[in-house]
Design a protein around this ligand. Structure first.
Ligand SMILES: C[S@@+](CC[C@H](N)C(=O)[O-])C[C@H]1O[C@@H](n2cnc3c(N)ncnc32)[C@H](O)[C@@H]1O
Length: 187
């Protein structure tokens, strides 16, 4: 998708929340937190044009699976058209419905959940619901790996990670434009 088309979508839908997809170096930084050498189930919230999805499909094993949940219909259509791979299951839905969606694929527990959805734009109830349901959908030792733009406050996400995960860490990644706040929460 061209930058112009991406920005057009952003103008119509504030939930996209970023003027450009995550850079290659940002994608690598986050994906290196996952062990892709063995069979894994990964849930992705907000794949948009699929910068993470494509990296994961390239690096994961043939028997692994990605369940992608995207709210914006244009991005869902784009992803279905441009990323055809039987290991990828794409859903036009909200991350809030992660349980129902994973069950449709016979998945009770996932290894990783990665997420670019904008917690700062959600109300408190939605933030908490998503973090709580994400924790429930992960295996013990599984990881939730959300990334946000750098100016996110702790109240937007960190406080919920601390409530629902055993370990919650974060760091700033300045080599992406705009810089990111990258979180790693372990169940
Ligand atoms: C900042 S963009 C991230 C896009 C992409 N992952 C990247 O790194 O370039 C956020 C994406 O999350 C989607 N989104 C926002 N709220 C969502 C929700 N509740 N459930 C699923 N997707 C959501 C938006 O439509 C948008 O595609």
């Amino acid at each position: 998708m061209s930058t112009k088309e991406y920005v057009k979508n952003l103008i119509k839908d504030r939930n996209i929340a970023s003027i450009t997809p995550t850079s290659k170096i940002g994608v690598r930084e986050i994906c290196e937190k996952m062990d892709l050498s063995k069979k894994v189930v990964i849930v992705e919230y907000g794949p948009a044009t699929g910068v993470f999805t494509n990296y994961l499909l390239e690096h994961m094993t043939p028997d692994s699976m990605i369940i992608a949940i995207e709210l914006n219909e244009n991005f869902v259509d784009y992803l279905k058209e441009n990323t055809r791979d039987p290991r990828l299951k794409i859903h036009h839905d909200s991350a809030e419905n992660v349980h129902e969606i994973t069950r449709q694929h016979g998945v009770e527990k996932a290894d990783y959940v990665i997420s670019g959805i904008p917690f700062s734009l959600m109300n408190e109830e939605t933030r908490e619901n998503i973090v709580k349901r994400t924790s429930h959908v992960l295996k013990p030792g599984g990881k939730f790996l959300p990334y946000q733009t750098f100016f996110q406050k702790d109240e937007h996400l960190m406080v919920y990670l601390q409530d629902y995960f055993s370990i919650a860490q974060d760091k700033f990644f300045l080599r992406n434009l705009p810089p990111m706040r990258v979180y790693e929460a372990t169940k």
